[in-house]
Design a protein around this ligand. Structure first.
Ligand code: ADP
Ligand code: MG
Length: 961
């Protein structure tokens, strides 16, 4: 029994209120065929929708089998429609993209009936309405009557107790109408059928009760329910219905079918949605390519120019800052308002900053800090790691083809001094391209005026070892950037390789220095060069084997001192005879050139300049050797006296200074002694000498002394003449005679002017003593500028925590060169990010619009689904599934299209950039993230439309055409 109790329903459109139902009361029997007749607009559909739970009543109550619906929740209504009611509409309302069978299955689908029984029941229902053969057709392949029969089958498939038909024959011809009416009459045999019609003939012919409606009021009822029929009317109780359920898989299948039926549209929609994804993916690919390129460049740059900490260093930053500051000052000062003379101190300041910029780093505490596991720096260090270099001191000698003894650091042993320096200057200029730090040490030497006779030859460089030097004598950086053209890498300390540049070349000077061409030719060449003549150069090809057969003999610095009869040690590095002897002694290391390497044509960094590369193994051997050498032991035995000249180190009292002065003069060769005597005599106030005004008094005394020494008081007025007539030997003899009895202050002044006692540690350093904890330079390699900046910060923190004397000054060539580049790179990156953001927004808005259109388009379908008992949640799930599928398609299409576009894109990029180093590439994770992003964004974009779809009033949705 279905009781409509005093139900009213109004529609408000703006200010206008339409009473669709006005206090309607009607009781329907469980089993009858009721026809509701009435003119258009009388409220028939409204009444039917209210009975079917599609529309809500404003007032009154609908009592179903004694259950009041006044407190029904949405899910109760959903369940009611799904289980109890079947709808048949005038316009059939079949879902066009589903087959007949699926349309009929729909109600069962929503209630979660299993696939098998669903199919069976749907086929049965279709057979019952005479459409057993058409189950796989789509609705538009059927006639109107057939479609209405499908609709009836659909209404019946759930075996509802109420079937509601709204003008089921309204769109059919009379013949078909009769067939449909017959069917409905049959249906009505065991249930309640309520049919709305405007055809009184059919109503009277088929229905067994006719209710007439006009202006929302019941005007007539042919067979009203009598009071006794209802029995004792009990007050209506409220009971909730079960819930109609639809699984997620069903929702996906439903959407998938819908999308499948609109393949072209779906593909177009997905493609439209994919444009945003393509944009992002392309930007991602290009920026990945560019970033990889930048990372490569950064790594290359930083491999060539690591953070460098040298024992002695320029504070480059300070120098740059000073230069910048004076440039700024000049810019700011405007000369317009000046009326006097203003000294411009910029060049003096610059020079001052150059000299004061030289600092000495105490590297051993810093090394200790770096060696501590988990220190601040280590986490930012790149693949190459931290390299410590030690400057072992040694010389290398060889013989040229004419058996001339050649010093690898200056060609001919004992050759004219000028030539040596010319050679090393040229060599220096040549090698400057290779190694920044060797260049720096040369600049340092120029500035400080200090040269180090014992340092290793310029042509010799240590090959960067691997991170674990003992296990990998050659770093992968070297192996990757140099090609072995002959022989093999060194495997022992006495094995070295010859290094050539990309063109197989090495500086001519070095070819001579290695004894590969005759030293005599070199000296000839240098003489011509010095006298301004045209120079002949020999650039003929030399066999690899010639270099590999060249015998190179290394003499450690400590071994180049020979103990004399006076117990003092004498440096013999310039003495060809002595060197010849030493070369045959046990401490000489016969080096073997075991390979020839060449900078690779595509080398990204070439830390080795042309010349000879030796291994850390040799360095270690030399360090050990120096420590245990005789001269070092001798110097360590007496820490107060210089074993080279017998002087006391850095004396403070005049007596020792005077003694040192005597010892110094005595240690000089005869010719130097004579020269010194002459120089002392020529020095006069205002003279050309180096004597400054405050020295002049002393110098006058010295001049007198020298004259006296000549033993002729008469010529004292013109001592220069007197001396000019004497031989060197005589002058020297007279000079030492004089010094033996000279007053202390004269000796002290000689001491001050000429003598350097050296220092204990300086001597040890000259002999090649190196502490393992005190490298001469530390190079820290980072892989990226960011990591480098982090390392710099870590060093700053180290400095903040260190004692003042332990603070270190590092050189960051890469930073000095590349700072502006990184800024540009950052700007580009931000621009790309902005693009990506815009693309994201655009694509999600677009997806939203597309989904919204889909919702509008499928309003009817939503109504049908709701009429079948789908809940709001089900409807939104269907739409979300659909947007999800579109998002997935869009994502996949976007990625595929991007991958295709990257190929010509790279070609174009290479063409315009002129480099094939930048390669756009879509990273796998990026691709996956983008697909997920596409799905998520589409879902978000579709969320509002799908909510709107879910909120659609089913009655209104169904009225939509
Ligand atoms: P019938 O089916 O008898 O032709 P309806 O029940 O469809 O009549 O409509 C009854 C009245 O309510 C009509 O005047 C119609 O204009 C009005 N009406 C129906 N649905 C709406 C609606 N959603 N909004 C406003 N007015 C409506
Ligand atoms: Mg109607």
């Amino acid at each position: 029994m279905l009781q409509i109790k005093d139900i009213s329903k109004q529609y408000k459109t703006g200010d206008f209120v339409q009473k669709a139902l006005d206090h309607v009361s009607l009781t329907l029997r469980d089993n009858e065929f009721v026809a509701i007749l009435g003119p258009s607009g009388s409220g028939k559909t409204t009444l039917l929708n209210i009975i079917g739970g599609l529309d809500r009543y404003d007032d009154g109550d609908l009592v179903i089998n004694g259950t009041s619906t006044s407190k029904y929740k949405d899910r109760d209504w959903d369940s009611y429609r799904n289980h109890t009611v079947g709808f048949v509409f005038q316009s059939y309302n079949l879902i066009p993209h589903q087959t007949i069978l699926s349309n009929v299955e729909l109600a069962l689908t929503i209630s979660g009936v299993s696939r098998k029984s669903r199919r069976q029941r749907a086929v049965e229902a279709l057979k019952k309405v005479g459409l057993g053969e058409h189950i796989n057709k789509k609705p538009n392949q059927l006639s109107g009557g057939q479609m209405q029969r499908v609709a009836i089958a659909r209404a019946l498939v759930n075996d509802p107790s109420i079937v509601l038909a709204d003008e089921p024959t309204g769109a059919l011809d009379s013949e078909t109408s009769v067939q449909i009416m017959d069917l409905l009459k049959e249906v009505a045999q065991d249930r309640l059928v309520v049919m709305v019609t405007h055809n009184p003939e059919l109503a009277h012919q088929y229905a067994n009760r006719i209710v007439e409606l006009k202006d929302g009021v019941i005007r007539g009822d042919s067979r009203p329910v009598e009071a006794e029929e209802t029995g004792d009317e009990k007050p209506a109780v409220h009971r909730t219905m079960g819930k109609a359920s639809m699984s997620f898989a069903t929702a996906v299948a439903l959407s998938f079918n819908n999308l499948k039926s609109k393949k072209a549209r779906t593909i177009l929609t997905s493609f439209a949605g994919s444009i945003g994804i393509i944009g992002i993916a392309l930007i991602l690919s290009v920026s990945t390519g560019v970033n990889r390129y930048i990372a490569d460049i950064q790594k290359e740059t930083l491999t060539s120019y690591p953070i460098e900490i040298n024992e002695q260093t320029f504070d480059m930053n300070k120098i740059m800052d000073t230069a910048q500051a004076s440039a700024d000052a000049r810019k700011n000062d405007s000369g317009k308002h000046r009326t006097g003379i203003y000294p411009d101190d910029s060049s003096i300041k610059g020079a001052s900053s150059m000299t004061s910029g030289i600092t000495t780093n105490n590297l051993s505490p810093f090394k200790k800090f770096l060696d501590k596991p988990g220190n601040d720096v280590c986490k930012y260090v790149g693949d190459v790691g931290i390299q410590y270099s030690y400057a072992p001191k040694f010389s290398v000698f060889t013989h040229d083809s004419k058996d001339t003894l050649v010093d690898v650091d200056g060609v001919k042993v004992g050759g004219p001094q000028g030539m040596q320096s010319a050679a090393s200057t040229i060599a220096g200029l040549n090698s400057s391209s290779g190694d920044i730090s060797s260049l720096q040490s040369k600049q340092m030497a120029m500035l400080t005026g200090k040269t180090d006779a014992n340092k290793a030859p310029d042509a010799f460089a240590e090959i960067m070892p691997g991170e674990h030097a003992d296990k990998q004598p050659i770093s992968s950086v070297i192996r990757d950037n140099y090609r072995m053209v002959k022989g093999h890498w060194p495997k022992a300390s006495d094995q070295v390789v010859l290094v050539l540049d990309k063109n197989n070349q090495m500086p001519l000077t070095q070819v001579y220095e290695l004894g590969l061409l005759p030293a005599a030719d070199y000296n000839d060449m240098m003489n011509r060069l010095n006298s301004g003549e045209k120079v002949k150069t020999d650039t003929k090809r030399i066999d690899y084997s010639k270099a590999m057969n060249q015998s190179l003999t290394l003499l450690p610095a400590a071994d180049q001192y020979v103990k004399g009869s006076d117990g003092r040690y004498k440096y013999v590095g310039n003495d060809a005879d002595q060197i010849g002897k030493l070369m045959d002694s046990g401490s000489a290391v016969k080096l073997k050139v075991v390979g020839v390497i060449r900078a690779d044509a595509n080398a990204k960094t070439t830390p080795l300049a042309p010349g000879i590369g030796y291994t850390r193994m040799l360095t270690n051997q030399l360090i050990d050797h120096a420590k245990s050498s005789e001269i070092v032991a001798a110097q360590q035995a007496d820490r107060t006296h210089n074993i080279l000249n017998g002087m006391t180190f850095a004396p403070s009292d005049d007596a020792t200074k005077a003694a040192n002065a005597k010892a110094y003069v005595a240690s000089l060769p005869v010719s130097d002694q004579a020269n010194m005597a002459k120089t002392l005599m020529t020095q006069a106030p205002g003279g050309m000498g180096a004597a400054s005004a405050n020295q002049s008094a002393d110098v006058t005394k010295q001049r007198a002394a020298a004259a006296a020494a000549a033993g002729n008081a008469a010529v004292a007025s013109n001592p220069q003449e007197a001396i000019a007539g004497m031989g060197e030997q005589q002058v020297a003899q007279a000079f030492s005679n004089y010094l033996a009895t000279a007053p202390e202050n004269v000796l002290v002044s000689i001491y001050n002017q000429y003598v350097s006692t050296g220092t204990y540690s300086g001597n040890l350093a000259d002999f090649g003593v190196i502490g393992r904890d005190a490298p001469s330079s530390i190079k820290i390699y980072a892989d990226s500028f960011d990591a480098k900046n982090d390392i710099e910060d870590a060093i700053k923190r180290y400095n903040d925590g260190a004692k003042k004397k332990d603070r270190i000054v590092y050189t960051d060539y890469a930073g000095l060169m590349m700072n502006s580049v990184t800024t540009i790179i950052n700007v580009i990156t931000y621009v790309l990010i902005a693009f990506v953001a815009v693309s994201l927004v655009v694509s999600s808005i677009m997806i939203g619009i597309i989904t919204y259109i889909s919702v509008l388009e499928r309003t009817k379908e939503i109504g049908i689904l709701r009429a079948m008992g789908a809940s709001k949640h089900n409807v939104s799930t269907v739409f979300n599934a659909e947007t999800g599928i579109i998002g997935l398609c869009a994502g996949v299409i976007g990625i595929v299209v991007t991958l295709i576009l990257i190929v010509p894109g790279n070609a174009v990029m290479h063409h315009f950039m002129g480099t094939d180093q930048v390669n756009a590439a879509l990273p796998l994770t990026g691709a996956i993230v983008l697909i997920v992003l596409s799905v998520v964004l589409t879902l978000i974009g579709g969320l509002i439309p799908s909510r709107k779809a879910a909120k659609q009033d089913p009655a209104t949705a169904l009225r939509t055409e």
